[in-house]
Design a protein around this ligand. Structure first.
Ligand code: NAP
Length: 272
């Protein structure tokens, strides 16, 4: 990671808040942001050890003395903990420039929609949709209602990590699909609302990614991939997402908001 350098020195104090950065895609995002000179808040739900590992790797990737890295435990499905996440970030690092809504969960049990429970539905909606939607509201209001000025190219930014499941029907995890379809609309809503204030919003839509989330279905997906489900014929990685998100953060996607960026090796393409 040390080969990365800051593109814009004025951005050296920019603070990025990455939810669910202790593992998986969030860790990949945190590492790339660290390697590009940004300060990173590593949010996690319960796995303090994994969060510490991300912190250590961010420090190893650091390219500027001014960068700071902290971990904050907060369950984004819980209102008080979301408030604490924002307040604690502002108290410790003084500002927020980018919110990356990455944290998310799969259903505890993959069950056909004729049998799936309301408890699972509620848990998925609270965590994957309500949490990021209202966390975005908190951060947006901080930008809109305080005198904080942006230091990033193209201003403050919100990123939503949704999923190919936002528009792909999987009948054994309807709750997950609905939560991600809703989150895709959240991205559109916030992009329209915040555009006049110069705040960019992006939806990053990963496909089949090699993380803990897909561990239980690894063999099944391995078979799908070998049979050609994904045109690029490989698993996606945290590195793939980290690189792409960092491009948006550093301003490489000007004159764009509400855009959907597929990180899926072509999985979303219709084929005949
Ligand atoms: P993962 O490996 O299971 O990691 C999940 C991360 O989210 C962990 O850091 C976890 O923290 C955190 N987290 C979970 N619930 C949380 C909560 N309530 N509050 C705060 N943090 C929470 O998952 P992943 O594969 O990296 O997925 C990241 C995002 O990408 C999710 O939104 C997921 O839906 C999406 N996605 C994943 C795939 C895929 O194939 N893996 C595909 C498309 C989209 P702890 O370590 O403390 O548990």
């Amino acid at each position: 990671m040390k080969e990365f350098t800051l593109l814009y020195m004025s951005e050296a104090n920019a603070v990025t808040l990455v939810t669910g950065a202790s593992r998986g895609l969030g860790r990949g995002i945190a590492l790339h942001l660290a390697g590009h000179g940004y300060s990173v808040v590593i949010n996690y739900a319960s796995n303090a050890q994994a969060a510490e590992e991300t912190l250590k790797s961010c420090k190893a990737a650091q390219v500027d003395d001014g960068q700071q890295f902290i971990t904050i435990k907060a369950d984004i499905s819980n209102r008080e903990e979301r408030v604490n996440l924002v307040e604690s970030t502002l108290k410790q690092l003084g500002r927020i420039d980018v919110l990356i809504n990455n944290a998310g969960i799969a259903p505890r049990v993959r069950a056909d929609i004729t049998e799936a429970t309301e408890e699972s539905f509620e848990e998925l909606i609270r965590t994957n949709l309500q949490g990021p939607y209202f966390l975005t509201q908190s951060v947006a209001n901080y930008w809109l209602n305080t005198a904080v000025k942006p230091v990033l190219q193209n201003g403050f930014k919100i990123i939503f990590v949704t999923s190919v499941s936002a528009n792909t029907a999987s009948i054994n995890r309807g709750d997950y699909c609905i939560s991600k379809a809703g989150l895709s609309m959240a991205s559109q809503l916030w992009s329209v609302r915040l555009a006049e204030s110069g705040i960019q919003v992006f939806e990053f839509r990963p496909g089949i990614m090699k993380t803990d989330m897909t561990h239980s279905v690894r063999d099944k997906y391995e078979k799908f991939i070998s049979e050609g489900l994904i045109p690029e014929k490989r698993w996606g990685t945290p590195d793939d997402v980290g690189r792409a998100v960092t491009a948006a953060v550093r301003g490489d996607l000007p004159f764009a908001t509400g855009s959907i960026i597929h990180i899926d090796g072509g999985l979303n393409l219709r084929r005949l």
